[in-house]
Each structure stands twice: as C-alpha cells, then as structure tokens.
Ligand binder design. Structure first.
Ligand code: DLZ
Length: 173
C-alpha cells in the first residue's frame, strides 16, 4: 500500500511562502469530530507556524462533510480570504453514502476553485475505518490538516504572485 511506510505530512518547511499578509478560512465538519478537530488543530498550527495571524483566520463549523462546499462559499462571500481549507472525514460504511458525499464535496470544491479563481482545498479523509482515520489525523501517517494547510499556503502564494518578468512561479527545490 502506498502509505504503509510514510508519514504523509512531511514537507520542506524552507520552501513554504510567508503568510503574514494572508487571510484564510477553515471550514470543519462535525461528523467524526474527534478526527476533524485533530485535522483542524494541525491545519491551524501550520498556518500560524508559517506566519498567518490568528485574527486573519476565519473558522466555520458545518454539520457534515456534505455541507463543506456551501459553508466555504458562505465564508468566502463574507470575508476577503486568500484560500479556504475544508476539513472532514467520511468513513466507509455498509452503504455507498461515502461515495456520494466524497464525490459531491470534491466536485463542489473544484467548481468553487475554478469559478471564483480562489483556492478551496480538499482536506477530507476518506478512510475505510476509524483507525485509518486516526492514523491520518495526527497518527503514524501524519495529519491531513497539515497537508491541507501547506496546500493552501502554496496556492495562496501562487494567486498573489506577480509573474512580471518571471517564467516560473512556485517552482521550488
Ligand atoms: C449522513 C452521513 C454519514 C452516514 N456519514 C458521514 C460521515 O462519515 N462523515 C461526514 O462528514 N458526514 C456524514 N454524514 C452527514 C452528511 O455529510 C450530511 O451532513 C448529511 O447528509 C446532511 O446533508
């Protein structure tokens, strides 16, 4: 399995843009809240670690992952944000609910990103079991909230970049 030996949240900290002038939204689903709140902690910590000010980070809770795109759209309409991170956890069950929810959220966030030109980051765990979720919410495979924050930082910087005279943007080590 691809993740069997990896902590998926390791990244080159020296290559992350400074976020001191940036604003972010974090939308967190309440379903599986032990997991989603651990994702939130990892996400918040990472944004602050790279310079984001807590007063420039806007947080909204929504009932479940299905509500993430609508919650993110509401937050984006209310505040001037560089990027939004959407955090959830949909655990596979006996029915296909997970596929409907995950596909809807992925499509919804992609549509928002394309139509608004603003990054809406997919920070949703899609595990088969609660244990797999724990492994990815601060456990042996890292914290997807950290990964989502890093993605938000990079995409926010890409959106802000003034490419005048440059042929490459965000092409790091
Ligand atoms: C209904 C439902 C189920 C069965 N499972 C999850 C889940 O594992 N993770 C999650 O975030 N939300 C779940 N939901 C709730 C839906 O996301 C949504 O909140 C409801 O269907 C109401 O629209």
């Amino acid at each position: 399995m691809a993740s069997s030996l990896k902590n998926l949240s390791t990244y080159d900290e020296s290559n992350i843009p400074d976020a001191s002038e940036m604003s972010f939204g974090i939308v967190v689903a309440d379903w599986n809240r032990d997991i989603t709140h651990a994702l939130y902690e990892g996400c918040l910590e990472t944004l602050v670690k790279h310079g984001a000010k807590e007063e420039n980070i806007y947080v909204a809770q929504v009932p479940g992952a299905f509500e993430l795109p609508a919650g993110a759209r509401i937050l984006a309409g209310r505040e001037k944000l560089d990027a939004l991170v959407c955090l959830g956890c949909v655990i596979k069950g006996e029915t296909q609910h997970d596929e409907y929810i995950n596909n809807a959220v992925a499509t919804g966030l992609m549509n928002l990103s394309i139509t608004t030109g603003k990054p809406f980051i997919f920070g949703v765990l899609t595990p088969n079991t609660h244990e797999q979720a724990l492994d990815r919410a601060g456990g042996k495979h890292g914290n997807k909230g950290v990964e989502a924050a890093v993605t938000a930082l990079r995409m926010a910087a890409l959106k802000r970049a003034n490419p005048e005279g440059k042929k490459t943007i965000g092409f790091g080590k």
